[in-house]
Design a binder for this molecule. Structure first.
Ligand SMILES: Cc1ncc(COP(=O)(O)O)c(C=O)c1O
Length: 403
């Protein structure tokens, strides 16, 4: 049997997120909304003529196997035509719906990667993206993001990591945990290298399009929109759309062969997704709802990031960061006043114990044998009241304990 290492982020969340009285700033979803709140984002909600979110009269059949046409049309509309005008916009046939991005990611690796393959994966990132290919018998090279590069991947390093058997390059844009954006020009170079070596580019875009810190002109497109066929992108309703509880994600690709391979493998684990989830997601991504919902989440991210930035500035003697430009997470390094990094795991446990504030230790959850001494990941797009109170408590903790 394959030995499956612990998924550290998920284990940490599971262990601590139900601590009584917890101020959870570990969670990475834009503060989740209810179905009733979702209905209020509909452009016709004010005059009472908005349709209901769920049609309760529908028989609960399996529904459309790959996801309803309407949902897949709405998902396709999230991707621009891109630089390759010949490629055009995405269509429903280019999308497969899955139970969350976590299942989408798993399916991509399970279908496309096996023993003898080599995979390059940006690092740090969501552990699933390098651990699953390893458990499938592939060799994985980590492509390190560095604070001194603002966590933008260094493409010359990518060239050095490519081998004869490199099957896939895995990127994560916007990145978890750093909140950094990979710019369009860098994406284009990644695509150029992949094309030269005939490598699949797999882009986890679960935090797209939560671009809240960049001028419009600097917002990169999806990796799907740069004119290369062999790109697979995943995403979901959890982060930018504040609907993690419906467990709805997807895989998108312009490569018909890849989509058919994925659909065939998916038959063994997922007949279809919940038809209630499909209805909610299609409503949230409809042209009448999507703009207002995204605006709410971008505004929430901006408001809360300003609070976090003030905290980092006020505590510059003990913490430092590369300010995030997108997504919901920040990777912050804490040290003693003498500059010695704190033990991040002991720090997270002690902060939770003494001040009820929960966030994640960098080394344990993102280290994979490498060391992120002193780093913690904070999810700052939770409710503003939670973030505010958590930062007040953290301020008091730091004043007393980081000398
Ligand atoms: C980069 C990344 N990908 C995928 C996921 C899984 O998201 P979900 O299954 O809720 O869509 C997460 C969740 O934290 C994530 O951070």
């Amino acid at each position: 049997m394959v030995k499956i290492p612990a998924f550290e982020v998920e284990q940490w969340m599971d262990t601590y997120e139900n601590t009584p009285g917890v101020l959870n700033i570990a969670e990475t979803c834009a503060s989740s909304i209810s179905i009733s709140q979702l209905a209020e984002f509909h452009s016709k909600s004010k005059d009472g003529s908005a349709p209901p979110v769920i049609d309760f009269s529908r028989p609960m059949t399996y529904g459309a196997i790959r996801g309803s046409d309407e949902l897949r049309r709405n998902i396709a509309a999230l991707y621009e035509g891109g630089d390759d005008h010949a490629a055009g916009a995405l269509a429903p046939k280019d999308i497969i719906v899955t139970p969350g991005a976590i299942a989408a990611n798993h399916l991509v690796f399970y279908t496309l990667i096996g023993p003898g393959d080599h995979v390059v994966c940006v690092f740090p990132t969501y552990q699933q993206l390098y651990t699953i290919p390893e458990t499938l018998g592939a060799e994985v090279s980590l492509w390190r993001l560095k604070a001194e590069d603002q966590y933008v991947p260094d493409v010359s390093e990518l060239e050095r990591l490519i081998k004869k058997n490199t099957k896939m390059i895995v990127i994560n844009n916007p990145n978890n945990p750093t909140g950094a954006t990979t710019p369009r020009a860098v994406l284009a170079k990644v695509i150029e290298i992949a094309r030269k070596h005939d490598i699949i580019v797999f882009s986890d875009e679960v935090y797209r399009p939560l671009y809240h810190g960049l001028p419009e002109s600097d917002i990169p497109p999806s990796a799907l929109s740069l004119g290369y066929q062999k790109v697979v992108a995943t995403s979901s309703m959890s982060k930018a759309w504040a609907l993690a509880g419906i467990r709805l994600g997807w895989i998108a690709s312009r490569d018909k062969g890849i989509i058919e391979q994925l659909a065939m493998a998916r038959d063994y684990t997922t007949i279809s997704v919940s038809q209630l989830d499909d209805q909610v997601a299609r409503y949230a991504l409809s042209a009448e709802v999507r703009p207002a919902l995204l605006r709410r989440n971008i505004e929430l991210a901006r408001t809360n990031l300003a609070l976090l930035e003030k905290f980092v500035q006020d505590h510059a003697d003990v913490c430092s960061w590369v300010k995030p430009t997108a997504g919901t997470t920040a990777f912050i390094r804490f040290s003693q006043k003498n500059g010695k990094p704190i033990d991040d795991e002991a720090f997270c446990k002690d902060v939770l114990d003494k001040s009820k504030v929960m966030f994640l230790p960098g080394t344990r959850c993102f280290g994979h044998g490498h060391d992120f001494n002193g780093f913690v990941r904070i999810g700052y797009v939770n409710g503003t009241d939670v973030v505010q109170k958590a930062l007040e408590n953290l301020h008091a903790y730091v004043a007393e304990h980081l000398s």
